[in-house]
Design a protein around this ligand. Structure first.
Ligand code: GLA
Length: 536
């Protein structure tokens, strides 16, 4: 990155941090806590890496293994000290440290896996350790809003570049490519900084252009000022969780219940947030009785046109993306149908072209809105994913005004919930964006229990954080993936608790609005992506 371009990026970051309405202003204690955390995380990051560098080239003799183990124990003790120093500065936040630490270690491991050969790994580990320190120092300047943050960013950038240049000249480091090494180093520095900072997801993600959204109910947000504050600080987009569904907003012909949806639209406009309109058409007995009981194609088409036109026109300018049709495939728990498409009232009465018709009505009502097809259960490879791809291709061939695919992303750690791995997530996103459409993850949550159980009590939050992190990373690494929306913010308000009737914890905040490991994983992935973002 050229120096001027780097300066531009840092300037943008600083501006975003200081004046962006959703960035928020840090209090003095936030700053103190942030600095402590960043310092501790930087030390930990560098120490883990130095430790790795020391042992990575040694033979696996019992003596070498013993020394390595001793060194790990010493490291753990140092970490515990850093943790208690930081937790004094950040009351109530210490329980998340252990998990942040585990996430960082995992990230270090995978960064080192990118390099081949012990010598290269050792050198890479050392360079990464420097990178961690450099990026975290920069992070501190930004947290403190230091006037020379821009200049020191340039100096750090230069030194990092020189070190990396030396590294990739080494013949032992022929693989991976210099660019990969450079990206890995900066990403890891960004990751450590992202785990440690006190800035919000939206502020940290700003340089990446990511839309980070949360699904909300109109009445729940103003009822809880902590929720309201966090929502506006962390997210730059909202979705109407239920208020815009046909059954809620238009329960009978000519009867409209606009109140809650209007409140959500006003919030989006007043706070300059994006708004996802969810959802115009949704089969599977989710529509009001008069729709579910329709038996005549023309009548049902008229209902559809009236419903879609009224809503899309009313919220034009506020809603920038509509989920025009939700779940065109059968629900994941229903038996498959002969042609792989959901057998719902629209399909039976209008015919398979109900989808194309819905998109045409929406496009005519607001030609500016981005129109999405939203679907569940398609992150795993297999028949569902293939069927959706084929269906989308048919729509595009027929010239239907379809602009984006929403992948819902209701995931979980145990069956029957979907638990895709990182590669599967990246591949799914790639397949859909290869169709030339934009993509968003529209309803992300990760159920931890369902019908399974875990051996170790500490396991679910870490596995959950890893899965959130994979989704964020896969999206941030694919230029066609524009956003991630979580289906709620705090565990206690999740649909999962009401719908399944048990107290699961699927979201990034707990029921006391404390940040969970999943939150840190999301923010760290954003910071890592921002660290390698080409300046705009
Ligand atoms: C689907 C729908 C959402 C919501 C969830 C569960 O994913 O698209 O609107 O109803 O189920 O809350």
């Amino acid at each position: 990155m050229g120096l001027c371009r780097a300066a531009g990026r840092i300037l943008t970051l600083t501006l975003v941090f200081s004046v962006h309405p959703i960035g928020g202003t840090a209090s003095a204690s936030d700053v103190r806590c942030g600095v402590h955390k960043v310092e501790a995380m930087a030390r930990a990051c560098a120490e883990v890496l130095r430790n790795r560098a020391r042992f990575v080239h040694r033979p696996n003799t019992p003596e070498a293994l013993r020394r390595e183990e001793n060194s790990r124990v010493r490291l753990a003790k140092r970490w515990a000290k850093a943790e208690s120093a930081a937790s004094e500065a950040c009351a109530k936040q210490s329980s998340t440290w252990q998990t942040a630490w585990t996430l960082l270690q995992k990230r270090v491991e995978s960064a080192l896996d990118a390099a081949e050969g012990p010598v290269c790994r050792r050198r890479l580990a050392k360079t990464l350790a420097n990178s961690c320190r450099m990026w975290t120092r920069l992070e501190i300047k930004q947290i403190e809003d230091s006037p020379d943050a821009g200049t020191s960013a340039l100096r750090l950038e230069e030194r990092l570049n020189t070190r990396l240049a030396n590294l990739w000249k080494m013949k032992e480091c022929a693989a991976p490519t210099p660019q990969q090494v450079k990206n890995t180093a900066r990403q890891l520095g960004g990751y450590a900084a992202g785990l440690a900072t006190t800035r919000s997801i939206a502020a940290v993600a700003a340089p990446t252009g990511l839309r980070f959204g949360v699904a909300i109910e109109a009445h729940e947000v103003p009822a809880d000022p902590v929720y309201e504050g966090l929502l506006h600080r962390e997210a730059n987009s909202i979705t109407a969780e239920n208020a815009m569904k046909w059954r809620s907003i238009h329960p009978a012909p000519g009867t409209w219940n606009f109140g809650p949806a209007d409140q959500i639209a006003e919030r989006a406009v007043n706070q300059a947030m994006g708004l996802r309109g969810h959802t115009l058409i949704w089969g599977g007995t989710r529509s009001p009785d008069y729709v579910e009981e329709a038996s005549d194609r023309e009548v049902l088409l008229e209902y559809m046109e009236d419903h879609i036109t009224t809503l899309v026109q009313r919220y034009a300018g506020a809603v920038d993306q509509w989920d025009v049709v939700n779940e065109v495939l059968p629900s994941v728990i229903d038996p498959p149908t002969a042609d792989g498409l959901d057998d719902n009232i629209f399909r039976r009465v209008v015919g398979a072209d109900y989808v194309a018709q819905a998109f045409q009505f929406a496009h005519a009502a607001d030609p500016q809105a981005k129109l999405y097809l939203n679907e569940n259960g398609v992150l795993l490879p297999g028949a569902r994913q293939d069927r959706l791809i084929a269906f989308v291709e048919e729509l595009l061939d027929a010239g239907v005004p379809l602009h984006g695919i929403g992948i819902q992303g209701h995931l979980g750690l145990t069956p029957p919930a979907a638990y895709p791995n990182r590669q599967q997530i990246a591949d799914a996103i790639q397949r859909f964006t290869d169709l030339g459409l934009e993509l968003e993850i529209t309803e992300l949550d990760v159920v931890t229990l369902f019908f399974g159980a875990f051996d170790e009590p500490g396991e679910p939050p870490i596995k959950q954080a890893a899965l959130y992190g994979w989704v964020l990373r896969a999206c941030l690494e694919n230029p066609g993936c524009h956003g991630v929306t979580t289906w709620g913010l705090g565990d206690h308000l999740s649909w999962v608790r009401t719908f399944f009737g048990f107290a699961d914890d699927p979201l990034p905040f707990d029921e006391n609005w404390q940040r969970k490991p999943a939150y840190f994983a999301i923010r760290a992935e954003c910071a890592a992506a921002a660290a390698i973002q080409p300046p705009g």
